[in-house]
Design a protein around this ligand. Sequence first.
Ligand code: ZN
Ligand code: ZN
Ligand code: FE
Length: 746
Amino acid sequence: MTHERWRLLVTGVVQGVGFRPFVYAEANAHSLTGWITNSTDGVLVEVQGHTSNLERFRVALLTQAPTMSDVQDLVVEQVPVLTESDFTIRASSVGEGTTSLPSDTAVCENCLREMRETEDRRFGYPFIACTHCGPRYTIVTGLPYDRDHTTMVDFPMCSMCQAEYQDPTSRRFHAQPTACPVCGPSMSMDVAEIVDLLGVGRIGAIKGLGGYHLACDARNADAVAELRRRKQRGDKPFAVMAADLSTARALVHLDEHAEELLTSAQRPIVIAPAIDHELAQSIAPGNSTIGVMLPYAPLHHLLFDAGAPSVLVMTSGNLSDEPICIDESEAVDRLSAVADFFCHHNRRIHVACDDSVISVGMQVVQPIRRSRGYAPAPFRLPLSAPAMLAVGGELKATIGLARGQTAWLSQHIGDTTNFETMRMLERTVATMCEVQRVDPEVVVSDLHPGYLSRAWAQDWAVQRGVEYQGVQHHHAHAASLLVEHERTEPVIAFAFDGTGYGSDGQMWGGEALIASLASAERIGHLAQRMLPGGDAATDNNYRIALAHLHAAGEPWQDLLPPVAHAGEQELTVLARMLETGTGCTATTSVGRLFDAISALLGIRQQVEYEGQAAIELEAWASQSDSSAAWLADVHDDLTIDPSPMVRAAVRAAITGTPRADAARAFHLGLAHTVAVVAERARERWGIGTVGLTGGVFSNAVLTWACRERLGAAGFSVLTHQRVPANDGGLALGQLAVVTAQREGKE
Ligand code: ZN
Ligand code: ZN
Ligand code: FE
């Protein structure tokens, strides 16, 4: 039998996930000698032994790697055989390349078992962790990933923790977050105390993995109402944490896939159709869904084990629109008017990370917010990118970094309309560049001249002497979809959202594009409508309805809800504005069409949070199984005229059509219209794939209906699976567009 020596370079998420002990065990199991080391290129292994064993070893690395790891590439090279007698783990070396940081992960079964074992030295310890679980991204301050480059550097290990840390057969071998009650972090309150306070309806600010949560008993209507009032939250839904899966099943309808997501190591908030439950009605007013998650940090399990209310509101510890609080003084400063009590701990959070949100239902699974547990897992770009930074749009901002064929999308940052959020964006840029070792040569933003993130990117480019490039909003949406499906051929893309700056300087939001990574041709769009008062009209969506009525030539009859809602004087002013165009902004937004229909059907005239009118319209639509559809007119130039839909809504309002049926007819009609446009585009351009992107496609009823209708017409349909359809995905699309455009120029 032949004897060989191989050098393997393993890249992807392979550090901080128990990869070295795994390789150590596999090498021994296959009687191989050699060594392994972490480098900034990834994990470097040399192994020597019989060829057949080497081959089995290679397969094991690919097929049996630890759950938190994600091997992207494994390169094997044969090197000269050496004289050696064992397999060792060598100290980390520093290379030139880059590896990907692991994400934060829910506490694993083994740690949970130990935490509940009275004899264990970590019994009841809320910071228990091992190589398979615990904080990662939120505590990392640099690379290579070792304890000195995490906030655990504050906690020198005791001799027992140190011994486990150095033992390659231990589950805590080089587990950077490992600690125990003797040497590790601690909390400022007892679990029993927290449980008592939550039990009597108090609101707590509790420091967790990626920031503070505001928590209270979800069945206590007074507590929930009080939290809503103090947080100045309007009607925006609260997410809840259920003690366990069976508790969650009593709150929402969960199919197999939804349960998988709910119990996954990422533990996102899963938004699912609500069942009649006994939670406070004010959890999610006007919604037919609830966002539920399961315990993920050891503390959450300790709270429920100790008898905390079995469903807790768990919402980000922030004030409206501001980033989540991560340190003690900041939390006390900003949340003292909201929380009755504070539970701090002294493990520093270096990177703030909100809970991730995924919506399920109507056979549609959609990421809404990609953050804790997912960020900063890498994406593969089809082309090689220069070192690049992208700062996304304005709302739901995330940032992206790229180098070579790897792109990283940050955690959720928030609405960059205020100073606090811009500061978090700046911090995130600094941290991500540091830990992923990217020194950007190009910085990219949206084209909108009013976005703070654009001004920031342009300044940054000047200060650093790097290049700046803008990318059109809806092209970036489409490109993000193409990247996640690793598609390089053009598709017919429908980019429907609230608003985005068009390449003609107008406000867009109902776009049909032939989109590839490098280019987007606008082949059709929703017909322009006037927004009296511009984007400010979005809070008063009855005005948008009035504008759509005006454009459709429908009289403003008193019995129509938006007409009744407006004052006499206001109607006069609005009529004049719409006649003359004074003080109006034109838009092709489909999001605004949803706002208008919602008002016409008497569902909502004014909104308290972004998208509320559309979300409630969808909630009504999901309650009907009518097959009626209100079609729009599609003109030869592929302009979509929504006037027939508006007229249908007027008829429905006047004749008293059940609201659910009317809402559904609008959704089905829009899906049908999308299919008509796609069919005509297929005839002209010969493209058989359709992509659905933009925040409007967070709507499960619409996405489902489009997929059905397009599928029946023979299209293959791309929807978002890993990146949000909303502006949270823009940064990834921006990276891909610039990469492809540069490739084209060379
Ligand atoms: Zn563990
Ligand atoms: Zn210890
Ligand atoms: Fe958008």
